[in-house]
Design a binder for this molecule. Structure first.
Ligand code: ASP
Ligand code: MG
Length: 406
């Protein structure tokens, strides 16, 4: 007998039929004697529809009220799933985030979990209930409803697993695990039996959308045993996230290739090369709450240098505007150019630490295909390049093959 937190995402609960299917799966686990806390997302598309509805009334919906509204998506799912379980003669009870008391800070739309009250859940589990908890939401100290950011139900699942010390947190989704890359781009992509926590963290931050980045960070902090599985298949081991490199069976140098189509690049040309320039450029960008990803500054020549960085595509025009209005004249930059027709392609693997020449192999493979690299960034376990978006698929395919992932 084990204690599992199982999280089912939006597509897994996308219709009442699918909710009944989830209930059947849960009932099977329950019949085996396992203790279960089930976390669910809103039915697929629901959160987006709620956002559009809010925007019909207010262009920029009031953050507190928007959270009140968005939390209803998950509230519908927990009630429906509990009904479906009761219909199967399984004792079940649902709770919203604030009923459990998933205490968060007060940052509406991206609140952080501070504390999870385990009392109600424990009492119900001891009384033989399956406990169904709304993902993506919490409550702040003053009693306001908060939400955890898009994809936040993953984080609810992991936080509950950490607080209740579950044996495993199982994230059920529409794919059967973490793949070497997106199988829609490379049909030869393989499911990984295991992936290290650090690799998963890189993959999530590089644009693989399977787990919310924050849920991976949370899992790492509390060493939660985390597994990604398909809710549409009867069995299968999915992918287990491990915390020890030697737990990893397949010792490939590169574990996966990630890509992100959501970025845009901006270059400030001919900036005076003196102390404080990076701060003068990026300060106002940060003040506008725009996240910056890659940053490159060239070696100066004749007292001038160029400065490039990438931002999320949806912030591109906003960032350009700020640079042109507030920064260009102020720092005396010659010009500001940019483009949003780019993709970031990254290779990720802890094996890079012990193998030389991985980056140069990546560059050679891309050069052989005539793919121009516009920017490069590296960390201990990843190499990222920015290429023209029209080269993205080719780049991912040739790299997948070159690093023996096919
Ligand atoms: N329903 C929320 C969203 O669509 C949270 C989640 O699904 O994890 O982002
Ligand atoms: Mg998700």
């Amino acid at each position: 007998m084990a204690f599992y937190i199982q999280k089912y995402g939006g597509t897994s609960v996308g219709s009442t039929e699918r909710i009944k299917n989830v209930a059947r799966r849960v009932a099977k686990f329950h019949a085996k004697g396992h203790q279960l806390v089930i976390v669910v997302s809103a039915m697929s598309g629901r959160t987006n529809r709620l956002i559009s509805l809010a925007k019909e009334v207010q262009d920029n919906p009031d953050p507190r009220e928007l959270d009140v509204m968005l939390s209803t998506g998950e509230q519908i799912s927990i009630a429906l799933l509990s009904m479906a379980l009761i219909e199967l003669n399984v004792k079940a009870r649902s709770y919203t985030g604030s009923q459990v008391r998933i205490l968060t800070d007060s940052t509406h739309s991206k609140a952080r979990i501070l504390e999870v009250d385990e009392n109600k859940i424990r009492a119900d589990l001891d009384a033989g209930y399956v406990v169904v908890v709304a993902g993506f939401q919490g409550v702040d100290a003053a009693g306001n409803i908060t939400t955890l950011g898009r994809g936040g139900s993953d984080t609810t699942g992991v936080a509950l697993a950490a607080a209740l010390k579950a044996d495993e947190c199982q994230i059920y989704t529409d794919v059967d695990g973490i793949y070497t890359t997106d199988p829609r781009i490379v049909p030869e992509a393989r499911r990984l039996e295991t992936i290290t926590f650090e690799e998963m963290l890189e993959m999530a931050s590089l644009g693989s959308k399977i787990l919310q980045l924050r849920s991976v960070e949370f899992a790492g902090k509390y060493k939660v045993k985390l597994r990604v599985l398909s809710s549409f298949e009867e069995d299968g081991n999915g992918t287990l996230i491990t915390y020890e490199e030697n737990e990893k069976m397949e010792q490939a140098v590169i574990s996966g290739i990630a890509f992100n189509r959501d970025e845009a690049k901006i270059t400030v040309l001919g900036v005076p090369d003196h102390p404080g320039i990076a701060y003068q450029i990026l300060g106002p960008i940060a003040d506008a709450n725009i996240d910056v990803d890659m940053i490159i500054q060239n070696v100066g020549h004749d007292g001038l240098t160029d400065f490039s960085f990438t931002v999320h595509r949806r912030e591109y025009s906003n960032a350009m505007q700020i640079l042109k209005d507030k920064i260009q004249g102020h720092i005396g930059a010659r010009n500001i150019v940019g483009g949003d027709k780019i993709t970031k392609v990254s290779i990720v693997g802890v094996g890079m630490r012990s193998h030389a020449g991985i980056a140069s192999k990546m560059f050679r493979v891309l050069a052989e295909e005539g793919i121009n690299i516009q920017m490069i960034a590296t960390s201990e376990i990843k190499v990222s390049v920015v290429v023209d978006e029209k080269h993205m698929e080719l780049a991912v395919r040739v790299l997948h093959k070159a690093f023996d992932l096919d």
